[in-house]
Design a protein around this ligand. Structure first.
Ligand SMILES: Cc1ncc(COP(=O)(O)O)c(C=O)c1O
Length: 368
């Protein structure tokens, strides 16, 4: 069978990872701070990286904890804030791992529809007016996983007002923020927050590499102290080696160069994917992403994406079913990740996907 083309994994292809830059950063780290990076350290993370992140977000270092990937930060935050039965708002669709993590904790998860300019704040207002008392709203503001959509400036403001008025925390989960293809970046809700309404997470997975496993959380110093306690009990400390390497990568300017390279490659991939879909699969409905890794595709109502998944797999093409990102429905949608595939693979993958789709449509017509 022809080589498998995967639109499934939200991970970069090796050609957009700066392996040489990482090797140089590791050398520099071992040279400049062998004691600090080989010790256990503490659960706050590698102190120089913590300070670097704090400066970027213009907060005090006590407001930052650096973790093994932002997934770990999410888990600590949920451990600190979410108890079984607590109401939590998430976008529909949302990142499948967050959904699973919240459900495993027994949270009462409420999905609110995601629009191309972000969560439907009017629908959220109706949910609140009907008496919902959420503890937390999980929001992926930029180039959302799985939809690729971005929350508008107006909705950021409105969400903050709603959170303040209804006393819930906004969890701003923002690993894709640096991967904007064009236009000016929007302010983070963290930076717009006059109080302690927002807890912010981000990651070096998409700008350095996922294998380094370095992410972080920014919040009030009280909340971060609580998270640090949970982190200490969980693993004593995160990987100092990884964090020291990331710190040197940031200091040397390699981070900005890596972001430029990743952005350029992803932009080309997203353009190629959109054009290929328009040409090969005109039934596909999607919003062209402004950045990030993902494209959400809606196929005509009644399309069985589960069957398409099987037919595509037979042709060596993988994607993730839309139903994985919602509590119910999503049966005629899918997520295509373009982060791990070259433009040539995208062209070939979309051709195969379209063949699978047209074969199923023809079989349906024969059966009718
Ligand atoms: C929205 C979102 N949050 C968190 C994560 C976890 O990232 P990390 O690799 O930093 O654990 C991802 C990874 O794909 C993601 O898409």
């Amino acid at each position: 069978m022809a080589k498998t083309i995967s639109f499934a994994r939200g991970a970069p292809s090796l050609d957009i990872v700066d392996v040489d830059g990482l090797r140089a950063a590791a050398d520099k780290a071992f040279e400049s701070d062998p004691g600090g990076m080989t010790a256990y350290g503490t659960a706050i993370g590698y102190p120089p990286l913590r300070e670097w992140i704090a400066e970027r977000h213009q907060v005090a270092p006590e407001q930052v904890v650096v973790t093994n990937g932002s997934m770990q930060a999410d888990a600590f935050l949920f451990d600190a804030l979410v108890e079984s039965g607590d109401s939590v708002i998430v976008e529909r669709p949302t990142y499948d791992r967050t959904l699973l993590s919240l459900r495993n904790r027994g949270a009462d998860v409420r999905m609110v529809e995601l629009e191309p300019d972000g969560i439907d704040v009017a629908a959220l207002e109706r949910v609140l007016a009907a008496g919902a008392r959420p503890k937390l709203a999980h929001i992926i503001p930029n180039f959302q996983n799985p939809a690729g959509y971005t929350l508008s400036a107006e909705k950021r403001e409105r969400l903050l007002e709603l959170a303040q008025n209804h006393e819930f925390t906004i969890f701003e989960d923002d690993p894709y923020v640096a991967l904007r293809f064009e236009g000016a970046p929007l302010p983070t809700m963290l930076s717009m927050d006059p109080g302690e309404t927002v807890v912010y997470a981000s990651s070096f997975s998409k700008t350095v590499c996922p294998g380094i496993r370095v992410g972080y959380l920014v919040g009030s110093s009280e909340l971060i102290a609580k998270v640090v306690k949970i982190a200490t009990q969980t693993y004593i400390s995160p990987s100092m080696v990884s964090q020291a390497i990331v710190h040197q990568f940031c200091l040397s300017g390699a981070l900005e160069r890596s972001i430029e390279q990743v952005r350029k490659a992803l932009h080309e991939r997203a353009d190629t994917l959109c054009k290929a879909l328009e040409r090969e699969l005109p039934d596909a409905r999607f919003v062209k992403p402004l950045g990030g890794y993902f494209l959400w595709v809606d196929l005509p109502r009644g399309t069985d994406v589960g069957a398409l998944f099987e037919a595509a797999a037979e042709r060596g093409v993988q994607f993730v079913n839309g139903s994985d990102f919602v509590l119910d429905g999503g049966d005629s949608s899918m997520r295509l990740a373009y982060s791990g595939v070259t433009p040539e693979e995208i062209e070939e993958g979309v051709k195969r996907l379209a063949e699978a789709y047209h074969q199923l449509a023809a079989a349906d017509e024969d059966a009718a």
